[in-house]
Design a protein around this ligand. Structure first.
Ligand code: MSP
Length: 491
């Protein structure tokens, strides 16, 4: 009997539906897709969740601006996020919407009542600065020249009576948990940021807004004058989608999350508020929170007002899904901010995909096609010990990189193997052997070189599977049929 399969639960943030998806949303979802596919390849049972966050004040404002009612507006945009998933060849297990009254709302209500039962929810009058961009109350230290540093907008001064969550109660415990990597925050610099933030002192946080100001949100279960704060609602998605409200088998099987993948902008919500809620609920904590950097456009922050927002649909239309996946995964270092420009995109495309990978596959398959001896196909075997060792080393480096969320390094190491194969071809010059068909010894040598290369290419295709699933499949088909076709036409 086989052993029980390891489970792997991974999530993206749920995206606000105030606007159509951009390249930043595509980026996070692609990172998660790679990890999900990789863990499936390792034989684990993967649950990959993504979705949309539909109750924020920002969303209501956008609907008003578009002259639509919120319900109609959020549905239209949420569909675009699902379309993006298709276009990017994302293989998610589930898609959750916070407006889903059957799947999501019962969990949010259950959480609310449990937090209250625990004595962690209380009401108080509050005056503070609310930043709609953050969908959060912020403090003076979040401002520069009176504007929110992240959104460059003046916050509203709001005075209202809200329910508060006793986050301060959990401050010491949270600090210890993060310090000891019980929740592992990756990368280390982000972990330090979170710890420094906690050390400055955690205040209780507002968990509701007056219903009259936010009719669109989920109502507080036992108080019709209040709406549940959008982040309380949103963070709950990670367990609502598993059926926490009914204590379903899926919940029991997959919770806690193995990885919450988020952008650095929302790390605090995930590493402080969410674990605070889970501690209060008495639930296990997520194992890892991976916070990636942001994509800038020609060195600038991407924003509607700057008019530099990159539409992932347009990019895919022009270059194809795998080229977009490749650029984001290879060019952007996941722990830092990374820059997108069309020029960089085309450079990477031509150098790495059309030349590097495309060229190697074309050269080798074309040779196999030409040399087919007695019309039988080549065996895909390895007899060269140096090449064999190189492949094994590449696998080791590749796995290490992926286990450490270093997507770009996993690709760099794969491309080093491509270069190694190129050098092997240059050294052995199998095409020169093509003219010497009569000598049996030469034929044998020639067969061996081509078989070795086919073997290396099949490993390269295997390594590419989580990153470029379609390309990987096309390479496997070419290996099977031993018939060459162009993978990436040059731009
Ligand atoms: N709805 C909240 C998240 C709730 S999760 C319980 C939210 N939504 S968002 O639409 O603003 O998406 C934020 C996420 O999108 C970021 O954390 C990041 O993953 C991704 N990105 C948004 N802009 C980005 C870039 N410019 N670059 C890279 N990723 C970006 O916050």
């Amino acid at each position: 009997m086989s052993e029980k399969r390891k489970k792997f639960y991974i999530t993206t943030p749920i995206y606000y539906v105030n606007d159509k998806p951009h390249i930043g949303h595509a980026y996070t979802t692609i990172l998660v897709d790679v990890l999900a596919r990789y863990h499936r390849f390792l034989g684990e049972e993967v649950f990959f969740l993504t979705g949309t966050d539909e109750h924020g004040a920002k969303v209501v404002m956008a609907a008003e601006k578009a002259g639509k009612n919120p319900k109609e507006f959020v549905s239209e945009i949420s569909i675009k996020f699902r379309k993006l998933i298709k276009v990017l060849n994302i293989f998610n297990s589930n898609f959750i919407r916070t407006t889903d009254k059957k799947r999501h709302w019962p969990t949010v209500k259950k959480i609310w009542l449990k937090l209250k039962e625990k004595g962690d929810i209380y009401k108080k009058q509050y005056k503070g600065l609310y930043c709609v961009g953050c969908e959060a109350f912020i403090t003076k230290k979040d401002l520069k020249d009176g504007k929110c540093i992240s959104h460059q907008k003046e916050p509203e001064i709001i005075e209202e009576e809200n329910y508060f969550f006793k986050l301060s109660k959990y401050a010491k415990k949270l600090e210890r948990i993060i310090q000891k990597n019980e929740i592992k925050i990756i990368p280390q610099v982000r972990k330090n940021e979170v710890l420094n933030f906690i050390k400055q002192g955690l205040e209780d946080i507002s968990f509701s807004r007056p219903r009259k100001d936010l009719k669109w949100a989920i109502p507080v279960p036992d108080d019709s004058s209040a709406s549940i704060y959008v982040w309380t609602d949103a963070l709950s998605n990670y367990i609502s989608a598993l059926g926490y409200a009914k204590n379903s088998d899926k919940f029991k099987k997959f919770w806690p999350a193995d990885v919450h993948c988020v952008g650095k902008d929302i790390l605090k919500f995930h590493s402080i508020i969410w674990p605070g809620m889970l501690l209060s609920l008495g639930l296990p904590l997520p194992k890892t929170i991976f916070a990636h950097g942001h994509i800038t456009i020609n060195g600038q922050k991407m924003s509607k007002s700057l008019g530099n927002v990159i539409d992932p649909f347009e990019l895919v239309e022009k270059y194809g899904t795998d080229a977009v996946r490749y650029f984001l995964l290879r060019e952007i270092s996941p722990f830092e901010d990374g820059d997108f420009t069309h020029q960089k995109f085309e450079q990477r495309y031509n150098a790495d995909l059309a030349n590097g990978l495309g060229n190697l596959v074309a050269r080798v398959i074309t040779m196999a096609e030409k040399v087919k001896i007695q019309n039988s196909k080549f065996k895909i075997t390895i007899q060269n010990s140096k090449l064999k060792k190189e492949i094994e080393t590449t696998w080791r480096k590749y796995k290490k990189a992926l286990n450490e969320f270093k997507f770009n390094e996993a690709l760099i190491t794969t491309w080093e193997l491509i270069s190694f194969c190129d050098r092997y071809i240059e050294k052995e010059k199998p095409w020169e052997l093509l003219t010497n068909n009569k000598q049996q010894t030469t034929n044998n040598k020639q067969q061996e070189v081509i078989s070795n290369l086919l073997y290396a290419i099949s490993d390269i295709a295997e390594m590419l599977k989580p990153f470029l699933p379609e390309t990987s499949e096309r390479i496997f088909n070419q290996l099977k049929n031993q018939k060459s076709e162009i993978l990436f036409p040059r731009f």
